[in-house]
Design a protein around this ligand. Sequence first.
Ligand SMILES: [Zn+2]
Length: 127
Amino acid sequence: MFCPQCRTEYRSGFTRCADCHVALQPVLPAEPDNEPFPKLVGILDTNDNFVLGMAVAALDEAGIVYDIRPIPESERNFEGRLEPKWLISPSRIMVCTEDESEARLLVEPLQEPMPVEFLTEFEPDQS
Ligand SMILES: [Zn+2]
């Protein structure tokens, strides 16, 4: 017997899923074609809370749904970047693939390393 919701297999004798409280079925329903959860893509990696806040605010304003996940140790690549002033553990902003291009445009200006003291003078990057 299987729970149609969490897809847990139960031994015979059980009729309801202990977690979902729904009736068990003898076979699992086929996976639906369209995934219940949209595919997510990472659009911004940052370990700077200021950048993260700016990105999230921009996404909120645009009505884009996002998720923030910790970046696994193996995928971290912050070499050569300025140590951010508001250091947080490396995080990745994820959005649905359909929102990717719009979201990327919004966070693109934030990808550049911010001058640590951006209120003081800084040279425009001419490279
Ligand atoms: Zn269940």
